[in-house]
Design a protein around this ligand. Structure first.
Ligand SMILES: *Cc1c(COP(=O)(O)O)cnc(C)c1O
Length: 415
C-alpha cells in the first residue's frame, strides 16, 4: 500500500498534520463536467492517452460531488464512507479532507484510514464478525464504536474494548435491493432488545441500532420499514431503562447503471420525514454509510475486445470476449444483478447492433458477464477495439483475484 497523499520529499518541510473537527466546505471543489453518460471530461482525457487495459479510471471530483449531494440531502446525518466499496488511498484521502467518517470492516481498513489522516474517533468498526485480537488492536488505536449482532460478539467487545459504544444490527428484509444481503448480518428485533440490555450489563454503552436495506436499493421507502422497526425498539429499550440515541441507516444508496434511480434528495427527504414521524422525544443521532452511492458512478472500466466469435455460422448471437471479467474486477456481474452500461469505439458507426454474450478472458466457464441480459453491440466490433463499462467505481478493484490464470488484478488510476 502506498499512502500517496502522505508522501513528502525527504528535503521538503513535513506537511502539517491536520485533524478536521468540522468539515471544510470543500477541498478542490470543481464540479465534474459530464461529456457523455457515465463519462466526465477528466475520465475522457485520461482515456485519450490510451492506458493499458483493463483499467479503472476514477474521477475523484465525482466522489466529492456525491459527498456534497448526500450531505445536502441528509444534513443531520454523519457520513461514514463504507471503505470496502473502494479503498484506494487517493479516494480515502479526498474523503478525509472533506471531513468524512469511515465505516471499516477490518484492521487493514482501519490502518488505511488512520495512515491517511482520519481521526480514530471518526471510525466505526462496523463488521459484526470480528476477531477478538482485531477488536483489541482497534481499541488500542482509539476506536470506540463497534457493531454487533450476537452475544458472543458482545462478550468479545466487552473484554477487549471495555466501555465502548456499541450498536446492534437488526435484520431487515432487503426487498427492492438489486444486491440483497440475505440473512448473514443482523438479528431479530426481539433478540436485539435482549442484547442491548446485555451490553449495558457488560459495561458497554449500548448507543443504538443499525440496519442495511440491501445494496443498490432502488426503493426509497425501504428505509421507512426499517426505521419503523427501529423506532419501536427504541420505545422498548427506553421502557427497559436504556437511552438509545443512535440510528445507523446503513448503506444501500444506489448508483445509476442502465435504468434511472431516484435522486439522493428523494432518499434524504423520505428518511427525514420517516424519522420525524416515527421517533418520539429527542431526535436520534443519524449515521449513514454509503459505499456504492458515493463512488459507483465515479469510475469507468476500460477493456479491450480480445475475440469476437460465433459458435456456429447459423447462430446470430456472437460471443464477445474482453480482457476484463469476473476474476479481474467484474465480480458483481454474478447473477447478472448489476448491469453496467456499455460503450464501444464503434457505437453509432452505422453498422447496426446485434445480440452478444459478453465474457471474460479466463479459462473458467463461470467467467461470463452477461448471457441472459440481452446485450447488443455494434456488428462491426472486432478484436482490438475498446469497450467501456460505466459506473464501475464501486466493488471492482478489490473484487479482483490475485492472478487467476495469470491475469493481473485490475489496474486503477485516480484523477
Ligand atoms: C457494505 C456496507 C455498506 C455499504 O453498502 P452500499 O450498499 O455499498 O452503500 C454500509 N454499511 C455496512 C455495514 C456495510 O457492510
Amino acid at each position: 500500500m502506498t499512502p500517496l497523499a502522505l508522501r513528502v520529499d525527504p528535503g521538503a518541510e513535513p506537511a502539517p498534520v491536520c485533524r478536521l473537527d468540522s468539515p471544510p466546505l470543500s477541498v478542490v471543489a470543481r464540479p465534474p463536467e459530464w461529456v457523455a453518460p457515465g463519462l466526465t471530461r477528466k475520465m475522457a482525457a485520461f482515456l485519450a492517452t490510451r492506458p493499458a487495459t483493463p483499467c479503472l479510471v476514477v474521477d475523484l471530483d465525482v466522489v466529492e460531488a456525491n459527498y456534497h449531494a448526500l450531505h445536502a440531502a441528509l444534513p443531520e446525518a454523519e457520513v461514514y464512507y463504507a471503505v470496502k466499496a473502494n479503498p484506494a488511498p487517493p479516494l480515502v484521502a479526498r474523503l478525509v479532507g472533506l471531513g468524512a467518517r469511515f465505516d471499516t470492516a477490518s484492521l487493514p481498513e482501519i490502518d488505511l484510514c488512520l495512515a491517511l489522516g482520519a481521526d480514530p474517533a471518526h471510525l466505526s468498526f462496523g463488521n459484526t464478525i470480528k476477531k477478538a485480537r482485531d477488536i483489541a488492536a482497534a481499541y488500542e488505536r482509539g476506536l470506540r464504536l463497534f457493531a454487533f449482532d450476537a452475544e458472543e460478539e458482545l462478550r468479545k467487545i466487552a473484554e477487549h474494548a471495555p466501555g465502548s459504544r456499541v450498536f446492534c444490527r437488526i435484520l431487515t428484509d432487503n426487498a427492492g435491493a438489486e444486491w440483497p444481503l440475505s440473512r448473514k448480518f443482523g438479528c431479530s428485533p426481539v433478540m436485539a432488545r435482549d442484547l442491548m440490555r446485555r451490553a449495558a450489563d457488560l459495561g458497554l454503552e449500548p448507543v443504538g441500532l443499525s440496519f442495511h436495506v440491501g445494496s443498490q436499493q432502488t426503493d426509497p421507502s425501504q428505509w421507512d420499514h426499517a426505521l419503523a422497526l427501529v423506532a419501536d425498539l427504541f420505545r422498548g429499550l427506553r421502557a427497559d431503562g436504556l437511552e438509545p440515541s443512535l440510528v445507523n441507516l446503513g448503506g444501500g444508496l444506489p448508483t445509476r447503471y442502465g435504468r434511472p434511480v431516484p435522486d439522493v434528495d428523494v432518499y434524504g427527504a423520505g428518511i427525514r420525514a420517516a424519522v420525524a414521524r416515527l421517533f418520539e422525544g429527542p431526535a436520534p443521532r443519524l449515521i449513514v454509510e454509503p459505499g456504492r452511492g458515493l463512488v459507483g458512478n465515479a469510475g469507468v472500466l476500460e477493456s479491450e475486445v480480445v475475440l469476437v466469435s460465433r459458435k456456429d455460422e447459423s447462430e446470430a448471437r456472437r460471443w464477445v470476449y474482453l480482457d476484463a471479467g469476473r476474476f479481474n474486477g467484474l465480480a458483481e456481474t454474478e447473477g447478472e444483478a448489476i448491469r453496467y452500461p456499455l460503450a464501444t469505439d464503434r457505437d453509432g458507426d452505422g453498422t447496426g447492433l446485434g445480440p452478444v454474450v459478453l465474457a471474460g478472458p479466463t479459462c473458467d466457464s463461470v467467467d461470463v458477464l452477461y448471457d441472459r441480459a440481452d446485450v447488443r453491440l455494434p456488428l462491426s466490433l472486432r478484436a482490438g477495439d475498446r469497450l467501456r463499462l460505466m459506473s464501475t467505481g464501486a466493488y471492482t478493484t478489490t473484487y479482483a483475484s490475485v492472478g487467476f490464470n495469470g491475469f493481473a488484478p485490475l489496474a486503477a488510476h485516480y484523477v
